[in-house]
Design a protein around this ligand. Sequence first.
Ligand code: ADP
Ligand code: F6P
Length: 472
Amino acid sequence: MRQSPLVVVANRLPIDDSVAPDGAFEWRRSPGGLVSALHPLLRHTPATWVGWAGGTGPAPHLPAVDGVRMHAVPLSGEDLRDHYEGFANATLWPLYHDAVEQPEYHRRWWEAYQRVNQRFAAAAAEVAEPGGLVWVQDYHLQLVPGLLRDLRPDLRIGFFLHVPFPPPELFMQLPRRAELLRGMLGADLIGFQRAQAAHNFAQLVTKVLELPATDRRIGVGDRVVRIGAFPVSIDTAEMAALATRPEVAERARRLRQDLGDPEHVILSVDRMDYTKGIEQRLKAYRELLASGDVKIPGTVLIQVAVPSRERVGQYQILRERVEHQVGRINGEFGRVGEPAIHYLSQPFDRAELVALYRIADVMAVTPLRDGMNLVAKEYVAARVDDTGALLLSEFAGAAAELEQAYLVNPHDLEGLKQALLAALRATPEDVSARMRAMRAHLHHHDIHAWARSYLRALDHTGSLLSRLATVD
Ligand code: ADP
Ligand code: F6P
């Protein structure tokens, strides 16, 4: 087995498990923040990505993609059900997102979580060079840092949580809370999206494990584990370059024409997830249509909602409810050839997404809770002419950085309606001043700055990073 100086361990590999007719593999930018964040970073880096290739059964042997080796970890049908759909996405996911849906606790799911984390840790131990750097991602793999340290004490181990880390009163519900905290503490550096999350973690470690902790450092025996906020970002330059391509501009022009050249286009792009506030947003839009504050065909709403975690009950219920809501609103307010909502549940390639961002006069990003929300950042980066209003939930991690957005509490229906109207009616000068400030922020705080700051903090001697071109 060939070994790498940098190993990323994430639940998913960024490629499909199917081979194209010509036998070639391509990066598949699956809809999701983690792949979007790491894709630009790892291209052309001597690294191995350890993850699940989708599907069940034996792990496929995958060729390297853009120089990055793909190391697939197999999941059985039972692992998929009890680890991915169960403990990860029906226990931890709702718990970490303010319990906006009820987290479920099952002992069988915990068994599977341990078993699968063990498998990922063993795979990472196999492919990491002596003294190498291993970067473990997200809530599916919180036990991996501890398990990996037991297997390979020579490694530098980082852990980054892409989702929120909840306040103690919520986390304390978790039956196996001590084990999860201990698992994370196997890392040398634990990164969160926001300082509040690091604070929550420090409080919990003190309370549950009785370890000495501040919001920056935790004493674990003779080791010091550092914690901190590293807000994840996007490839700002790539997004801007895509937005200025002539074919994307032409596609945007055609899209707007196909919509009937409306005065205002409102866009939302989400995974179909109950944390994204889709139902609340549609309800607000319906009320604005009913009151006549918003009228078709002058204003149109495009809702992109790509299906996600489709076998998990709460996701199935959500999809049915959203699709019912869309049908009802279109039935009530649409006209022949002029729907009130253009609903698209398909994955799009990057160019098509950027063309959509380009035609959105208002981008409505209103999650009930979100670790970061990269869609908000992508929209800003794509608005190269400083037009476009971003309506952004206060409960998205991105709100801490994109302060010039039209900020809103998505639980407040009246507030949501007023904020949407304010964004629709804002003067071009106001819109442009806000967008300029947000774009300037993202110019400096892009994905490369994120990776650099995290990896430099992890590899404080700099001995490993000198070998990785993309973080120079
Ligand atoms: P999450 O991590 O919860 O999925 P983010 O907003 O952080 O949410 O990231 C979503 C990522 O998925 C973004 O990079 C976005 O461009 C991408 N994405 C969302 N919807 C689609 C879609 N329909 N087709 C392709 N990519 C999508
Ligand atoms: O961080 C949120 C997250 O779980 C990411 O790990 C992933 O990119 C995204 O949501 C999509 O989820 P899934 O991998 O379950 O399709």
